[in-house]
Design a binder for this molecule. Sequence first.
Ligand SMILES: C[S@@+](CC[C@H](N)C(=O)[O-])C[C@H]1O[C@@H](n2cnc3c(N)ncnc32)[C@H](O)[C@@H]1O
Length: 241
Amino acid sequence: MNDALLDRLPPPLPADHIVALNQPRKDLHTERRYEWNGWTFDVPAGVFLPGATSRVIHQRLLDGRIDVRGRRYAAMGVGLGVEAVVAGRRGAKEIYAIDVHPLSVDTTTRHYERLVGHREGTTFVPVVADVFDGFPTGRRIDVITFNPPAVSQKVSEDPDIVRNVCVGATLVERFFTGIVEHDVLAPGGEVFLIASNTADLRTIVSDAVALRFRPQIRLRHDWRDGVLTYLFRFTREGGDA
Ligand SMILES: C[S@@+](CC[C@H](N)C(=O)[O-])C[C@H]1O[C@@H](n2cnc3c(N)ncnc32)[C@H](O)[C@@H]1O
């Protein structure tokens, strides 16, 4: 069954096409603004500005297709913090806002305090960590989301652009390995990961399968420019679901 799913995934687009599609925005090192769902976020220099791929996850958190109510939730690579704000408003029990970039974690914390604030039954935990290296030990999570910088071609030498866009499939492999080694996923836990054929989808999914994760495709979106984006849901053998 996993082989059939792997066979359905497209190979990466040609390298020059990927580089052309992912020309870095010139304004990453400036202060920007982001508006979504009636909320306004300031976006400090270096922090990722959410795009249409980000909103696939944000919208599903908001409308409950990714259900975090009363559950322990980790937003891996949280960036600006929109996932954390939505999870707070939806009433997640615990929210781990994780990023390797301290300014992204600070920015998320600021937006969370402003747009959610104290809420009975919800705990917000900002975490600076390199995927799960630095994540508090002994915590179990019910839902994890990740919009990784998985583009397979190095589109820039700028370390902030690389961190946001194109670390590649090895980072996703470290993400899944971290879940297993730190025993992060609670029984019945779910991992939602979004990536496109600007990344090496088959490597990403087969690395997860080798660690006994079970993939499902929740969305395949054709952007009509050659890019096909997939939202995967992974569970782990031994868990429910
Ligand atoms: C594509 S952005 C996604 C940001 C946000 N989740 C969104 O969808 O708008 C990728 C994020 O992953 C973070 N990141 C990159 N490498 C990481 C690592 N090793 N551990 C944790 N986060 C990382 C980046 O700093 C960035 O905020």
